[in-house]
Design a protein around this ligand. Sequence first.
Ligand SMILES: *Cc1c(COP(=O)(O)O)cnc(C)c1O
Length: 391
Amino acid sequence: MPLEHDDKAIATRVIHGGQRHEPVTGAVMQPVFQTSTYAQSWPAKHTGYEYSRTQNPTREALERCMASLERGVKACAFGSGLAATAAVMQILPPGAKVVCGDDVYGGTYRQFTKVFAQRGYTFSFVDLTSEDVASLIPEDTDMVWLESPTNPLLKVADIAKVAQRAREVGALLAVDNTFATPYFQQPITLGADLVVHSITKYINGHSDVVGGMVVCATEELGERVAFIQNAVGGVNGPWDAFLTLRGLKTLAVRMERHQANARKIVQWLSEHPEVERIHYPMLESDPYHAVASKQMSGFGGMISFVLSGDLARAEKFVASTRLFTLAESLGGVESLLELPATMTHASVPADQRADLGIVDGLVRLSVGIEDADDLIADLQQAIDASRNAQG
Ligand SMILES: *Cc1c(COP(=O)(O)O)cnc(C)c1O
């Protein structure tokens, strides 16, 4: 059965996609069904809801909205993005062979290499943005795991091309769509089988919930993921689901504003004499511009750039902003910044960081939805304040 309002544009679906009014009261917003269990009128005769690990109406409302946004048929919500990632790994057979992009989120890398690799899975980490994907995805691959755009260098893989190769060898393609969000990119329409999100980030958008989501392209995959969701049990709670659904309703207006602010900041950075390099796929001079514009309708507030000078200067810069908060995470209404070399990517060995292009002066911005001129003024005063820190 199609999800409600599937024929509507995405700015309508973020509010109405997969949604029904609550049947007893007509409540416009799905209430928080803060219950663990449901009364049965006769043994095994129930309303369709038996126990909240298995089904919960608040969680279901969020799942149905995400399925609608990503053009999937079923979605399952988890307690975190990494719990969602683990559920995708657990639908695979023991000893599965996984080909994974080489600069995935650090927590994903840790889970693959320190949890699943020890349980018989094999992982090969390759550059899926390269031209020759066929040689990187061998015949015996069970799953391809892709993040695009990547973190923090915003490299973009050609999702349709990777999907075609995955299909050729009979592998599933899972795409972590946390950075782009379905507002700008829908991997299932490009051939992906599963879409994974840290809904902690743009989907909720208010930096007050940790959660994850898996969206499935087919009923069969939906059943496999729902089985793991119930059998392993890392579910999203009703209160978190409620807050996330509330946040999700403004995704369209938030992403437009994130993008507008990011464009102004990118423009300003590109004229700044102390900025050596900018990574932003929607910039025409970006090496990934062509593939990004083919598969994405825009891009939000993630920018990374290289500030001239050494690590001491970069550290002083990120410690000197007043509106941008120095913090990990991303995708909230408030602007954040961080220094990958000593924060999110500190666990990556220095020589490997250098190979990937994560240099000491690389700064990552998660541009919020404040006034763009205020944000630019804040960056400028921090550049000024850090100038004499140069060693
Ligand atoms: C944050 C993040 C994750 C992990 O999600 P959690 O909700 O923190 O568990 C996975 N992928 C990407 C791209 C992320 O940014």
